[in-house]
Design a protein around this ligand. Structure first.
Ligand SMILES: [Ca+2]
Ligand SMILES: [Ca+2]
Length: 661
């Protein structure tokens, strides 16, 4: 042995340490297996019956699980479609490619600091497998660029796919339902129209056809059905069968769609088996994010949104487990042990690319800098602790979709390190620490009990955020979530984001000049279009100036505030500001007020039920206010004649906001 062999040994040892769970050499395993990747859209952790669906059987998915391995600690890297898809496609955190929420119109992407599509230079599994001789195809939802008004996104071929058939959120050949969908005008590919309930069958047909044509060489096929995403539109009448199972109409259609999708997965697997490919084909099955959680599903008493998360808290658009922990199955007959459930190993979407490449014997160039790790050993049945923590970002500072159920709205950063999960906002607020092995439902916040761990995890997130380019205040101090506050908006209680407001014994909100409440723009009621607006509350001010409620800015908005002790009501219509105010300062003590802005522009202000001021704006609001509803301060663009943030001091209670429907 010369001295040259020494570094080699060291290097090898390093590799082994850095990739626990990596593949052990095994001569009996077929080289270059086919890989079929099933990625379902918005399917919850417990939607397959083998993961706990209490009402519906999914026999074909269950069969895959019985013939393969289930992981109960598999995560996607975002609680929403586009970034989750970027992660499984590239092996990298989606924020690196500036896709941290769903891809929308050009304007919508720009406003959230996002690109319009995945950079064509991004590393992908398909490019690497194709270069190694695999036949590659993508059938189903894409949503990594193209669609709406984005017509210049690269086609799937640019990312390494020989063939593709996508939906309206993608370019190239695609299936559409609505002839008026903006996708029709975008060009770049052949368009076929079909009914929503036919889509998964058609994508499956294409996958089967592709596999038949390429059965004699290694292939990599992605089947990404989109029918489990709402609105759920099953075959006409297919929901009838489910009326005896559930009274919830949302569930009836969802179950019908889930059953159909399971059937199509069965067709695909049967075909793979019939072609004699079961022993050299790895089939991986998971979902891109938790089940739907639109506010509309909560409007009726006793009704809940469709889709199950099992023991987990939170749903789609949430970094709580229900939004990101997914059912995961891998089957490879005679290679992966059958009927195994691995409850230890933590794996995630970014790991799929290095894992697939390793199993295919394809090298991942170091320069690609993948965030994921090779978990091939885990898939082949050797559980492994994860050395590298997992990180998430979803939300602030950009206005984005949030969970419909207010309790499910999570902080915008999270980390999982070992059994610990820590969630926090970039300013340190809403911090929560959970021990997932004792508390998988994330109910018991251990923030105060584990200060050292909290500081470490906060630092880990900060370092990660800096590396990706997310704003994160590493000097902030993690603090517990403030009490939940909700106000009546159109007779419905809406939870406001609480920035430090304490709640008094009578339920009054206490403002100390540092605290405020915020209702994000997407949750704010739509008040434009000539509607009347009415605002009321009881206040006990302790300072002469401060904003009580502000919605919008000096272009379009309305605001109630104190100025030199007087109560003022301001409206802005097309940059024109009108202010009415009481003649005298209110003074200390409790004051009940009501402000009324009429359709014709008339403005009234009542204090203690007595009309104290009136005036006339040029009309009612025509354009929607540009920022959120804030209570206790106005942080962005003043509505009235004051400067931001103009914080309120004192208490506010019984606040309501109403407008014409
Ligand atoms: Ca999705
Ligand atoms: Ca404002």
């Amino acid at each position: 042995m010369t001295w040259i062999s020494q570094p080699r040994t060291v290097l090898l040892a390093t590799i082994v340490l850095a990739t626990p769970g990596a593949l052990q050499a095994d001569e009996s395993r077929p080289a270059r297996p086919n890989i079929v990747f099933l990625f379902i859209d918005d399917m919850g952790y417990a939607d397959p019956s083998c993961f706990g669906n209490p009402l519906v059987k999914t026999p074909n998915i269950d069969r895959l699980a019985a013939e393969g391995i289930k992981l109960t600690n598999f995560y996607v890297n975002s609680p929403i479609c586009s970034p989750s898809r970027v992660a499984v496609t590239t092996g990298q955190y989606p924020g690196r490619w500036k896709i941290h929420s769903y891809l929308n119109t050009r304007a919508g992407n720009k406003s959230r600091g996002m690109r319009d599509y995945l950079d064509r230079a991004a590393p992908t599994t398909a490019k690497k497998l194709k270069a190694a001789g695999y036949a590659t195809a993508h059938f189903g939802k894409w949503h990594m660029g193209g669609g709406r008004d984005v017509d210049d996104a690269p086609l799937p071929a640019a990312y390494g796919f020989d063939e593709s058939l996508v939906a309206f959120e993608g370019l190239g050949d695609r299936l559409l339902t609505n002839p008026k969908n903006s996708s029709v005008k975008l060009g770049h590919g052949k368009i076929e129209f079909c009914q929503p309930w036919e889509k998964t069958q058609k994508y499956t047909d294409r996958a089967i056809d592709f596999i038949r044509r390429h059965k004699d060489r290694p292939f990599y096929v992605r089947l990404f059905p989109n029918d489990v995403h709402d609105p759920h539109v099953p075959w006409p009448g297919a929901e009838e069968k489910w009326k005896s199972v559930t009274d919830n109409p949302w569930e009836q259609t969802f179950f019908a769609v889930l059953e159909e999708m399971d059937k199509q997965i069965g067709r695909l697997v049967n075909e793979i088996d019939a072609l004699g490919l079961a022993e050299n084909t790895l089939i991986v099955f998971t979902s891109d994010n938790g089940p739907t959680d639109w506010p509309k599903y909560y409007r009726e008493e006793g009704i809940t949104p469709p889709g199950f998360t099992g023991p987990f808290f939170g749903r789609k658009w949430s970094l709580f487990e229900g939004g990101i922990r997914m059912p995961f199955i891998a089957r490879w007959k005679a290679t992966i042990p059958a009927g195994v459930t691995d409850e230890q190993s933590v794996m995630s979407g970014i790991d799929l690319s290095p894992t697939f490449c390793c199993l295919a014997g394809v090298e991942v160039p170091k320069a690609e800098n993948l965030d994921g790790i090779d978990c091939s050993g885990v898939l082949l049945g050797t559980p492994s602790a994860r050395a590298k923590p997992l990180f998430w970002q979803y939300g602030a500072p950009h206005a984005i979709l949030k969970a419909g159920k207010v309790e499910y709205q999570s902080p915008s950063f999270a980390v999982r390190d070992g059994v610990w999960k820590f969630l926090v906002n970039p300013d340190g607020s809403e911090a929560r620490l959970f021990n997932l092995s004792d508390d998988p439902g994330e109910q018991n916040n251990l923030l105060d009990q584990e200060p050292k761990r909290v500081a470490d995890l906060f630092g880990e997130i900060g370092t990660w955020a800096e590396g990706i380019g997310f704003e994160f205040d590493q000097d902030a101090k993690p603090v517990k979530p403030a009490p939940t506050v909700a106000a009546l908006v159109n007779n419905q209680l809406l939870r406001f984001n609480n920035r430090g407001v304490e709640v008094g014994e009578e339920g009054e909100w206490l403002f100390d000049g540092q605290a405020w409440l915020d209702l994000p723009r997407h949750m704010a009621p739509k008040v434009s279009g000539g509607k009347w607006i009415r605002i009321g509350a009881t206040i006990a001010p302790t300072a002469a100036n401060g904003v009580i409620l502000a919605h919008g800015g000096d272009k379009s908005g309305y605001c109630i505030y104190l100025k030199d002790g007087k109560l003022a009501f301001a409206t802005c219509v097309a940059w024109q500001r009108t202010v009415i105010a009481t003649n005298e300062p209110l003074g200390e003590g409790l004051h009940q007020f009501e402000a009324f802005w009429q359709t014709d522009g008339g403005m009234q202000l009542k204090v203690g039920n007595r009309l104290v001021a009136k005036g006339r704006a040029p009309g009612a609001l025509q354009a929607e206010p540009g920022d959120s509803i804030q209570i206790g301060a106005d942080l962005i663009k003043p509505v009235g004649d004051y400067e931001n943030d103009n914080p309120f001091h004192g208490s506010i209670s019984d606040l309501f906001l109403k407008h014409a429907r």
